[in-house]
Structures are given as C-alpha cells and as structure tokens.
Design a protein. Structure first.
Length: 251
C-alpha cells in the first residue's frame, strides 16, 4: 500500500490528490492522509507531497468543470473537517464523480458519497452554530475581538456573516485551536492570517479585561431565565458544553 501524505491545508490536499492520481499506481493500492500521521503502519510506503498551487488549481478546475460546483463545495467543506480520513474520503468521492458526474451528489446510498456528505454536513452545522456563539469584546483601541475553539477549520465559512453585520467596525475572530485569525479593518476586505505564539498569547489574555458591557450581558442572560423551567440537560442538547468556553455568559 502506498500512502500519500501532505499538510492539513486545502492547497496541499488538492496537490496530494493530483500526485496520487497521476502516479498510475492503481487506486486500490493508494491511500491519502493528512499530517501529522500518528502511528505509521507496517508494509506501507509513505510519500510526502509538497503543496503546489498550480497542481491545486488544476484539480479545483477539473472538479468544477467536469463534475459540478456543488461537488466542489462539498469537497472544500469536507477538507475543513477534523476527521483523520477526510482526504482519502475526498479522493474516493472524486473517483466516483469523474465516472458519474451528473449523478454524483444525488448518490447518497453510495458509501463514498455518503462519507463526504456526512463530513460536509458536520462542518456546515458547526459553522452555523458558531455564528450564534461568537462573542465580541471591545478593546481600548476600538477593536472588537472574539475567540472561538471549533473542531473544524470553519473561519472561512464563519467570517462572511460578520462582514455583512459589521462592515464599518474593526474586528477580529481568532481560532484558538489553529492559532489563525480573520481580521477585518473598517470598510475593508477581511483577510486571514496565522498568529505568532507571542501574538496569540497576548490576545488570549484580553478576555480577562474589565468591560462593563460584559457584566450587563451576563445580568441580562441570567435575568431572562424562567427559574421554574431551568433545564441544563435540554440546554446542553441545543448548546453543547464545548461551544461555551469563550461565550461571555458562561465564563
């Protein structure tokens, strides 16, 4: 078995798919995985693939033109997942897609399509919930800062909602899991960046600053509750505990 490995980025994954496909080793003899690998298996040959933007664009263009834009969006969202086998699932999905392009996204009974569909839905649901869970805090220099800790890499799906809501504000959303940030200067496009350890450490302590609006929000949150209907189990069903780490009302 030949195992192609690459970094956990969308460009690197598309490059890995290109190289695996072009190798002509036989699809049944190939597996694709993202790094870090963890425990390596016996009797497997591991080949590391370096990200190549030209190859990645070719794969993206082929998916969009030869299959469909819907299939491409499913592949993109699946690539944002934290599932360890997501890259191999995408590869098997595309194998089927190039054979049956018109029917692919409707073939939910097929295990290759169902596997990608499940990851796609999981990422979309997580992004949807975090749109409601993001809590901004005002910094002294008129910047709004929010921390999130998602399982999937959902920043690219999350920040467009706040582009529409707060176009004239300076704000930043930090993914504490991956140390990345979506930064929005007032009346300018949002961009993504990776924070250094020093920057991340400094911004992580901002939540401890005193903010009168934080106390007002906490008071409002507790006052509107109907005591007789207090039901923690039902609350955890709609808002799991791992979403709450950076939510003002639960800190």
């Amino acid at each position: 078995m030949i195992v192609y490995t690459c970094e956990d980025t969308f460009e690197a994954m598309m490059t890995c798919i290109y190289d695996a496909w072009a190798s002509k080793e036989g699809h049944q003899n190939i597996r694709l995985k993202t790094e870090p690998l963890g425990t390596m298996e016996l009797f497997c040959e591991y080949r590391t693939v370096t990200s190549d933007p030209v190859k990645a664009r070719k794969v993206v263009r082929s998916i969009q033109q030869k299959i469909s834009s819907t299939a491409y969006l499913m592949v993109y969202r699946c690539a944002l997942s934290d599932h360890p086998d997501k890259l191999d699932r995408i590869y098997r999905f595309l194998l089927l897609g190039f054979a049956y392009p018109a029917q692919l996204t409707d073939m939910l009974q097929h295990p290759y399509v169902n596997a990608v569909f499940e990851l796609n839905r999981k990422v979309m649901n997580e992004a949807h919930l975090f749109r409601e869970c993001v809590r901004f805090q005002a910094l002294p220099d008129s910047v709004l800062l929010a921390h999130i800790k998602p399982k999937s890499d959902i920043l690219t799906l999350l920040y467009p909602a706040f582009d529409d809501r707060m176009p004239s504000e300076n704000w930043m959303i930090i993914d504490a899991t991956r140390r990345t940030a979506a930064i929005h200067p007032a009346d300018a496009p949002t961009y993504l960046t990776t924070l250094s350890k020093e920057e991340f450490h400094r911004l992580s302590h901002v939540e401890n600053q005193v903010d009168p609006f934080t106390d007002l929000w906490k008071s409002f949150f507790h006052q509107i509750e109907i005591t007789q209907r207090h039901n923690p189990n039902c609350q955890r069903t709609h808002l799991p505990i791992w979403y709450r780490k950076h939510m003002t009302e639960f800190r």
